[in-house]
Design a protein around this ligand. Structure first.
Ligand SMILES: C[S@@+](CC[C@H](N)C(=O)[O-])C[C@H]1O[C@@H](n2cnc3c(N)ncnc32)[C@H](O)[C@@H]1O
Length: 271
């Protein structure tokens, strides 16, 4: 079952399905000249710092854990970060449905759950079957930044990326220029744990196709035969693409104002 999805921005939060999907990012944050996405933001340290430092950029965060989502939303509201949209829910589901394709200049994935057991590995965020959803969020020429302390997962991701078409991959052996970005990174750096940091550049559009290693599974799932896997459908307008409550309307809760028009009108920190 897929849990209902919440969206928080500025001082308000409510069901994301009360808005059209894919979400109209441009009208939610009209001041944003470019967008970045963090998947699994945890306590939100990186997103909160970036959104505060760069009010003319839009930031989207996805987090499945309610307590992290709520705490980060509270901090964002206190700091009046109207350029930060937080989504609570499952990342791959939200990438496939709630977020527009090709919107983010940079996607950040820091210390995702490694799912080390062999029979759990298909749950990994970066897997052959899911890579096209993550890469699909990038604008042409965009990049994905990834870090893990788990050697097995790191090697699997490097191998996965090396086998993808249209992606340029490089390591960041010295760490990020500004130091640790997230809580987990700070903790692991302090403990002296080795960390693999990777940057993946979307060098050409072939990278948006399903990963070659995913084709047998996609073919089996769709009955199309290898190589014939259809592109993922996401028009945002048909019954299959719209979440149920987008078709029926939805409730709403706001810290300061009680209206879904808050999302549409926005309340830019600088206006
Ligand atoms: C190990 S923590 C890392 C948190 C943060 N990125 C950091 O580096 O401090 C992994 C985070 O990803 C979130 N997460 C795990 N699976 C997820 C999913 N399928 N969709 C969205 N978030 C997920 C977890 O709730 C958790 O906050």
């Amino acid at each position: 079952m897929i849990a209902a999805t919440e969206l928080a921005r500025g001082g308000g939060s409510g069901p994301a399905a009360a808005l059209p999907w894919p979400l109209p990012l441009g009208s939610l944050v009209p001041a944003a000249r470019a967008w970045e996405l963090e998947i699994g933001f945890g306590k939100g340290r990186y997103l909160l710092a970036r959104a505060a430092a760069e009010p003319d950029r839009g930031f989207v965060g996805i987090e499945i854990a309610s307590e992290y989502f709520r705490e980060t939303a509270r901090r964002a509201a206190r700091r009046r970060l109207d350029n930060l949209l937080l989504l609570r829910g499952e990342a791959l589901y939200l990438l496939a449905t709630a977020l527009p394709a090709a919107f983010a200049e940079t996607v950040h994935v820091y210390f995702p759950d490694p799912w080390p057991k062999a029979h759990h590995q298909r749950r990994r965020l970066l897997s052959p079957e899911a890579l096209d959803l993550v890469v699909g969020a990038l604008v042409p020429g965009g990049r994905l930044l990834f870090a893990t302390d788990h050697p097995g997962y790191g090697e699997a991701v490097e191998e996965l990326l090396a086998g993808a078409r249209g992606l340029a991959v490089r390591r960041w052996p010295e760490g990020w220029p500004e130091g640790p970005r997230t809580n987990y990174e700070a903790k692991y750096v302090a403990a002296g744990r080795p960390i693999l940091r990777l940057e993946l550049g979307l060098a050409d559009e072939r990278a948006r196709a399903p990963h070659p290693a995913a084709l047998p599974a996609l073919a089996a799932a769709t009955g199309t035969g290898e190589g014939g896997a259809p592109a993922r459908h996401r028009c945002g307008g048909c019954a299959g693409c719209s979440p149920p409550s987008a078709r029926t309307g939805g409730g709403w809760r706001s810290g300061s104002r009680r209206s879904s028009s808050r999302w549409r009108s926005g309340s830019s920190r600088r206006s």
